[in-house]
Design a binder for this molecule. Sequence first.
Ligand code: ADP
Ligand code: MG
Length: 270
Amino acid sequence: MVTWLSARGLAHTYRDGPRALDGVDFSLSQGELVVVIGPNGSGKSTLMKLVAGLIPIQSGSVQLLDRPLAQWSDRERARRMAVVPQFLPALPDLRVSDFVLGGRYAHLSGWRQATHQDHRVVSQSLERCDALDIAARSMNEISGGQRQRVLFARALAEEADLLLVDEPTNSLDPEHQVRVFALIAELVRAGRAAMVITHDLNLASQFATRICLLSKGRVAADGPVGHVLRRELLEPVYGEHLYYGSFDDGRGGGAPFVLPWLDPKRPTSR
Ligand code: ADP
Ligand code: MG
């Protein structure tokens, strides 16, 4: 399997802030959908920002394909990886379709006008995110969940090999949560790779080819779903308010699920 993205020994301390990462190795290969999980503040977004080249590397290294990340120009990098950050600074006052067209930037050379093909990719991306009906609306006049889907559509429009997405299902209803992950999985099966941050352990269970668990800026586990989604590994990191189960496939091999539950030993309902 070809490794597309490889990080070694990443450490990061924010100015006047805590040590957010403390010696993290991370890799992403073609055909992988790696889900990164971990408690609030465990360093997930910092890791994604570092491997995406959004913040400078303080210590450690990131390699994208055959070269260190720093040797890639912004445009070349954007052509290879599409990044959806957890937070956007401020939303531009643009029509939804024009915002998504911005995702074609990597494909537009300085003077070139958007072509028919660019507009077609924009429509297709919006359609795949179930957002074509809001294409003409303003970015500032759509719901939080719709905005989330539009952000993802913009990343799709980049048609990059690598997708890096930070909590893409926040504020999405259950149906759209599943759809976003199914779409990412479909792209990965078609030959791309994805790094997805989420708190939803059950979406991770369904769709991840590998799960990376961060805890206090370090990798607490990195492996297949069945290896990571176990009490022995999760409880020390998340605490005891989780219920562990697995679907019955008749052969003891059903997918695990993990639910937030106040008292998992006495799951009474009121
Ligand atoms: P996660 O995405 O896992 O919730 P982050 O990577 O965002 O965690 O943050 C890791 C740690 O770094 C946290 O303690 C957070 O408060 C801190 N941090 C994140 N971004 C900044 C920033 N821009 N300036 C200072 N501290 C930050
Ligand atoms: Mg985060």
